[in-house]
Design a protein around this ligand. Structure first.
Ligand code: HEC
Length: 191
């Protein structure tokens, strides 16, 4: 419909003998209106995360970040590795996305939740503390399995908000949705 208008106005330029600038001005105005219309067209406000970003978040959670070692693969606190400290139940956490990001970057002082930002305690960016201040705490944060870049932490946080936080106990249907297929881990999950 808008395109038809543009063609109509442009057509006017070739049809008229007189060299008026108005048809040109009109077509520019119409073109600007079309672009503005496209840019301002309403979009869904809560942007659904991209499926490939969610898959990357899942991978980072399970593998590079090894969050599952302490928090369990589903985040319910049933840890995968018995040698590891007991992690919190992330399915029931009250933290919002921003607080998740901060906790992953900075860890939790006086606990076994590691800091995944490489520079967490080098320049005061985390709770205003440096490496030297950490000695004051009875429980020292362990080193992270691997440090993570800001982008990777964002991907993990998006994945957690979509698949873990507030999602209730894992069941078979959620498990298949979580992994994207009926993987081995889902066999032990109640229907
Ligand atoms: C070495 C074990 C360990 C690893 C690895 C680990 N965590 Fe934790 N995490 C903990 C422990 C222990 C706590 C509870 C800290 C406390 O006492 O408040 C915790 C707490 C948290 C919390 C705060 C929950 C709340 O409601 O307060 C979040 C969020 C969290 N972890 C996310 C992650 C993510 C994401 C990863 C992977 C990138 C990860 N953790 C890796 C041990 C771990």
């Amino acid at each position: 419909m808008r395109l038809a208008w543009l063609i109509f106005v442009r057509g006017g330029v070739t049809d008229t003998r007189e060299q008026s600038v108005w048809p040109h001005v009109c077509s520019v105005v119409v073109a600007v209106a079309i672009v503005a219309g496209l840019l301002l067209a309403p979009r869904p406000t809560a942007q659904a995360p991209d499926p490939s970003d969610l898959a990357e978040g899942l991978r980072l959670y399970q593998q590079k970040g090894n969050c599952q070692a302490c928090h369990g693969w589903s985040g319910d606190g049933h840890k995968a590795d018995n040698q590891m400290p007991d992690g919190a139940n992330l399915r029931e956490t009250k933290l919002n996305r921003a607080a998740l990001v901060m906790t992953i970057k900075c860890g939790r002082l006086n606990s076994q939740m590691p800091a995944f930002d490489k520079f967490a305690y080098s320049d005061g960016r985390c709770y205003g503390k440096t490496e030297a201040d950490l000695k004051a705490y009875a429980t020292r944060m362990p080193d992270p399995p691997s440090t993570l870049q800001a982008r990777e932490i964002d991907l993990i946080a998006d994945f957690m908000m979509a698949k873990i936080v507030g999602k209730g106990p894992m069941d078979h249907t959620k498990c298949v949705e979580f992994w994207g297929s009926d993987v081995e881990a889902c066999r032990d999950v109640p229907k």
